[in-house]
Design a protein around this ligand. Structure first.
Ligand code: NDP
Length: 288
């Protein structure tokens, strides 16, 4: 049996279409959502991500304001720019593309972003609200993973979900979101002694580690939904996830491809957060 493919590209397209309608409606009321995209240095992957985010803004009708800074930028210059963007009413969301070049203090920069404009959802305010189940910015990649499950009617309630990886931007928030949807959640990490055993319990298996093919076919429970968030480049230059896709698809019930799964969803959810920021800054009501 071969798993049903969870088509992140298609789900992301539907989300973008809905957001476009919402942006048109906001514009008719004089609200023009705007996103500042800050890129420091010449990291080729970062440049690609930024270009893709700016292009998606254009498709949806969100104003994007690009700030491309040289890698000689000082911490003070970057913090001054964040202060300026925090104060600019045309900017509803601020995205600083990570990683920053060596020598810059990422945490200090991210902490400087106003909580009202933290559309990446990485700051303490956003993460605190996530824990408290209050409306706020949900980090984009885990939010995208949840939206893919929803799109395929995979309801986490009563299921056993296993999240491999405990980063602040993916693993931990994803575990909280699954918990919010009433899954019983296990979080695994590099010190988990019996990873295979844990993974085999998963009705929903989410992996965010950054190691190609670390989840082999025999670690997947029959019929499980597998969400692969990893992005790895093979020596041949191919982009692959953390799951051995060909082997896992023979056991899983549903599986996301890499590329074409979590990646496009992450950008779609960034757009979602930017529209949410515009609504909140205009004093409109929002729900979680
Ligand atoms: P981090 O490096 O911050 O976290 C990796 C996690 O994996 C850590 O919690 C680590 O455990 C765990 N880990 C490492 N080795 C093992 C192991 N052998 N067994 C079990 N767990 C292990 O990565 P991110 O969360 O930022 O990213 C994870 C992956 O997702 C990367 O490939 C990244 O490129 C991708 N990604 C994709 C996005 C997208 O848009 N599709 C967006 C963001 C990330 P410990 O805490 O113990 O060190």
């Amino acid at each position: 049996m071969s798993a049903e493919l969870i088509d992140g590209k298609k789900v992301a397209e539907r989300i973008r279409e809905d957001l476009k309608k919402e942006v048109d409606e906001l514009k008719s009321r004089g609200i023009n959502p705007g996103l500042a995209v800050v890129l420091v240095g010449e990291n080729p992957a970062s440049k690609k991500y930024v270009a893709s985010k700016e292009k998606t803004c254009g498709e949806i009708g969100i104003n994007s304001f690009g700030y491309k800074l040289p890698d000689t930028t000082t911490q003070k210059e970057l913090l001054d720019l964040i202060d300026k963007l925090n104060a600019d009413p045309k900017i509803n969301g601020i995205l600083v593309q990570l990683p920053l070049p060596k020598g810059l203090n990422e945490k200090e920069v991210m902490d400087r972003i106003s909580p009202a404009k933290d559309v990446d959802g990485f700051g303490p305010d956003a993460l605190g609200k996530l824990v408290l189940d209050e409306p706020g910015f949900i980090p984009c990649t885990p939010h995208g993973a949840m939206k893919m499950l929803e799109a395929y009617n995979i309801n986490p309630a009563g299921k056993h979900a296993v999240v491999v990886g405990r980063s602040v931007i993916v693993g931990k928030p994803l575990a909280l979101l699954l918990l919010r949807k009433n899954a019983t959640v296990t979080i695994c990490h590099s010190k988990t002694p019996n990873l295979k055993e844990e993974c085999l319990k998963a009705d929903i298996l989410c992996v965010a580690v950054g190691r190609a093919k670390m989840i082999t076919g025999d670690m997947v429970k029959q019929g499980a939904a597998v969400i692969d968030i990893g992005i790895n480049v093979t020596p041949e230059g191919k982009i692959v996830g953390d799951v051995d896709f060909d082997a896992a698809k023979e056991r899983a019930g549903y599986i996301t491809p890499v590329p074409g799964g979590a990646g496009p969803m992450t950008i779609a959810m960034l757009m979602y957060n930017t529209v949410l920021a515009a609504r909140m800054q205009a004093g409109m009501k929002v729900e979680i």
